[in-house]
Design a protein around this ligand. Structure first.
Ligand SMILES: [Cu+2]
Length: 286
């Protein structure tokens, strides 16, 4: 069971002891950097997150990277370090012949299981936080994903105002800042996926299935949105803009939209202008 050979490894033990504070420092530095989200490095490549729900996702992403990097550093140190520390140092020396080491075998069996449990439980916890449902959202948007664009319906004075994109025309989704926005996701044709990278949120839009999620945008600005499900020939055209505006600008926008009868409907419009175009033999809009 002896892993250490007293004569052979004294130097290695010393080096190990010297390496321990360094490894501790690396872990600490990484953990502290996880608290900050100022640069893309600190966000581990995630975009700047501007929704309350997305913050939880960002922290899960950072935590997962830190855990993976710590595991990586320990593993790389062992892979690279062990052959160096325990190398044969002279021709008349026989290296230590170790057949097994029970504590290490128990460790490398149990530790990955603990890691999987930690990743799983954190994912479930964060998923529950991000999908927390407010029964009284400030704004409910009925989002329709149709081949191959989006229609956004918003209630306004007992009716609905809507905008609908086409293959050539990317629609704007205008929502107010610091309000809870619920997206009701509807599809008349195939599965799409409604996502906004800056909010770190997305969800499948499934025909016949009433999915929904809520976001609380925290910063005024213009963001990109897209379809995240390879839904057919013009999937790549399913882009949209998200404009997060002040409450006053939002009210003005709705009032402006309502002036044009083409943008007003009694019920949420499911399909949009593009969907009304005839469908060819391949099941695609001409
Ligand atoms: Cu799509």
């Amino acid at each position: 069971m002896g892993w250490w050979h007293p004569e052979r490894t004294r130097g290695a033990q010393r080096r190990f002891r010297r390496a321990t504070p360094l490894a501790g420092f690396v872990v600490l530095a990484l953990a502290l950097s996880g608290c900050s989200t100022d640069t893309q490095w600190e966000r581990f490549g995630m975009p700047e997150i501007t929704s309350k729900q997305g913050e939880h996702i960002l922290h899960l992403w950072q935590g997962a990277w830190i855990a993976a990097l710590v595991t990586g550093v320990v593993t790389w140190a062992l892979i690279i370090g062990v052959p160096l520390w325990f190398r044969r140092r002279s021709d008349d020396e026989v290296p230590v012949q170790t057949r097994y080491n029970l504590p290490i075998e128990i460790f490398y069996t149990i530790f990955p299981v603990i890691m999987v449990i930690a990743f799983f439980s954190q994912t479930v916890r964060v998923q529950n936080l991000a999908l927390e449902h407010d029964d009284n959202p400030d704004v409910v948007v009925t989002v329709v994903g149709q081949k191959w664009q989006w229609t956004f319906n918003q209630p306004y004075e007992g009716e609905y105002v809507f905008v609908s994109g086409t293959g050539e025309d990317i629609p704007d989704l205008v929502i107010p800042v610091d309000k809870t926005i619920e997206f009701q996701l509807r599809s008349p044709d195939v599965i799409h996926n409604f996502g906004i990278p800056a909010f770190a949120m997305r969800m499948d839009v499934v025909p016949g299935n009433e999915n929904s999620y809520q976001v609380t945008p925290t910063e005024i600005g213009k963001y990109a949105g897209k379809c995240y499900e390879l839904c057919g020939a013009y999937h790549s055209r399913m882009l949209f803009n998200v404009k997060v505006v002040s409450e006053a600008d939002y009210e003005a926008y709705l009032a402006d939209l309502a002036k044009n009868p083409d943008n007003v409907a009694e019920q949420p419009v499911e399909g949009g202008k593009y969907a009304k175009q005839p469908i060819n033999d391949e099941g695609e809009h001409e």
